[in-house]
Design a protein around this ligand. Structure first.
Ligand code: HEM
Length: 501
């Protein structure tokens, strides 16, 4: 067939081996390998991963071309085995291919779950979780313990998300109970891990039949556990609704409804009275996966960099002392005024983006970028980690310097924490697939950081200097720090503020 087809003018890239293509050139940190390839071959690089065509880029103009100019072509998702097993056959939002199914599920999210009105209705929950975070760290600080920031920040994100989605708190005084919390944590961790794995069976069809590490078997096991968990949650909610109906009790408005309640009350497709359980489960599953890990990972990185740079901590606290003062805790309404902290978050996203490759996109048809041929079904690795360290657009890329985001030429109203018109950072992506939870994500990140820096001084554990703290990462769907961040917290406000309800 090769003799009769016109050879494709593919983007430049490394030499490929038969069958495996470039798969063996990728290490356990593929975002770093791909950034290296962009340095060598240019802003757009072609790779053959087994039988799959792939391109990668860390260049703002090329990213804009893919996510905005050619959004229709590149906004689909590959049907990976993890997506099939762990996202209800790709019937969710995040891993669904572009099409009417994705469009409908995304609209349900945008119009019913992630509206500002709905998010506002959970502000009291968020305030109580912020208070709980402060009390938790305070208790640990009183005992002179090192604080495991991964644990406390993970608990904060998880509780916020599960209270909003499922009406349950998993950690702390009102929690659902230790065994249920452990079960939930275990399932979600395993799910994240499997979603992040580059599974060879997706690239080399024969590998799937051999599956020497039993990867697909593990996916099936987690698929079943997740489904049992969601079935239980839906049944509990149905029973509650039934009880309320029998006792004639009403929700006061829909302000008290968690996401499962909302989804149970929505009509289904084609005139059905209700949405299917599978659709509800897929959406809930998506929201838990998309919201918890991203915000917790970002917070741990921000804390890491700030504790490594004491002068940054001092500047954040200076701002907090002016905006909030020493006599109360931070409120959500303060967050828009914390511009230096907002620069810290932008700088964190530059150096440690939560999704190093966003969620991989896939092209729907043959197209061209910069004159090169891009075949249909090409997998797109937009390298946000490489973008933040691209020396063509950033100076001193390894230096954590929030000031670089402070505008020089205008009066600062509010520092935006998104990609910005120049596409130099891309924490929430852009175009059709951009993150629909960005406002909530930004609030969760800013709130946790503002509370922790306002209430406490932070130092590395005894015997360590700030610059000893490591910043190694682990690759996955999200990219956490390799080792949990431990630090010493010293309260800096009057003690009654830590105890108040
Ligand atoms: C700091 C927090 C967060 C970060 C950094 C983040 C980042 C991202 C990124 C990079 C994507 C992939 C976009 C693409 O593939 O082009 C994404 C997708 C998504 N995010 Fe977020 N996110 C965060 C919080 C949230 C929250 C709180 C929710 C919902 C409650 C959420 C829901 C989603 C969904 C549903 C998608 C899939 C969108 C689609 O495929 O159409 N995210 N997010």
């Amino acid at each position: 067939r090769k003799l009769f087809t016109t050879p494709k003018n593919l983007p430049p890239g490394p030499r490929r081996w038969p069958i495996v293509g470039n798969l063996l050139q990728l290490t356990h940190l593929p975002h770093r390998d791909m950034a290296e390839l962009c340095r060598k071959y240019g802003p757009l690089v072609y790779l053959k991963l087994g039988s799959v065509d792939a391109i990668t880029t860390d260049d703002p103009a090329t990213i804009r071309e893919i996510l905005l100019q050619q959004d229709e072509v590149f906004a689909s998702r590959p049907r990976t085995l993890a997506a099939v097993h762990l996202a209800y056959g790709c019937s969710d939002v995040a891993l669904a291919p572009l099409g009417p199914g994705w469009k409908r599920m995304r609209r349900i999210c945008m119009e019913n779950l992630l509206t500002s009105k709905r998010l506002d209705s959970f502000s009291a929950h968020r305030a109580s979780e912020a208070q709980h975070l402060v009390q938790d760290v305070w208790a640990r600080a009183q005992n002179g313990e090192n604080v495991n920031l991964r644990e406390v920040l993970g608990g904060f994100s998880m509780n916020n998300v599960t209270r909003m989605l499922l009406g349950k708190q998993y950690f702390g005084c009102g929690s659902a109970g230790p065994s249920e919390a452990m079960e939930f944590m275990h399932i979600t961790h395993e799910l994240f891990r499997l979603l992040g794995v580059i599974y060879l069976g997706d690239y080399l069809p024969f590998w799937r039949w051999v599956d020497p590490h039993g990867c697909e078997e593990k996916m099936r096991k987690v698929e079943k556990q997740v489904d049992d968990f969601h079935t239980k949650i839906i049944e509990e909610h149905r029973k509650e609704r039934e009880k309320r109906k029998v006792s004639g009790q009403q929700h006061d408005g829909d302000g008290n409804m968690d996401f499962v309640d909302v989804l149970l009350s929505l009509p289904g497709e084609d005139g059905k009275e209700h949405m299917d359980d599978v659709e509800i489960k897929a959406l809930i599953q998506d929201m838990i996966a998309a919201a918890t890990d991203t915000s917790a990972v970002t917070n741990e990185w921000a804390m890491t960099e700030v504790i490594k740079h004491p002068h940054v901590l001092a500047k954040i606290q200076e701002e907090l002392d002016v905006v909030v003062g020493p006599n109360r805790l931070v409120l959500e309404s303060d967050l828009v005024h914390l511009n230096y902290l907002r620069c810290v978050v932008r700088e964190t996203f530059r150096m440690h983006p939560a999704g190093p490759f966003l969620i991989p996109h896939e092209s729907l048809q043959d197209t061209k970028i910069h004159g090169y041929d891009i075949p249909a079904k090409t997998r797109i690795f937009i390298n946000t980690h490489g973008l933040g360290r691209n020396t063509n657009i950033w100076d001193n890329v390894e230096e954590f310097r929030p000031e670089r985001h402070w505008p020089t030429d205008e009066i600062v109203n509010k520092i935006e924490i998104s990609h910005g018109a120049d596409f130099k950072i891309l924490p929430f992506s852009a175009g059709k697939r951009k993150c629909p939870g960005a406002p909530l994500g930004v609030t969760l990140v800013l709130m946790a950081l503002a509370q922790l820096f306002h209430c406490f001084d932070w130092k590395p554990p005894k015997g360590m200097k700030p610059h000893d703290i490591d910043t190694n990462e682990i690759y996955g769907m999200t990219m956490p720090k390799a080792h949990p961040l431990m630090a010493i917290a010293k309260p800096r406000l009057a003690s009654h503020l830590y105890r108040s309800k």
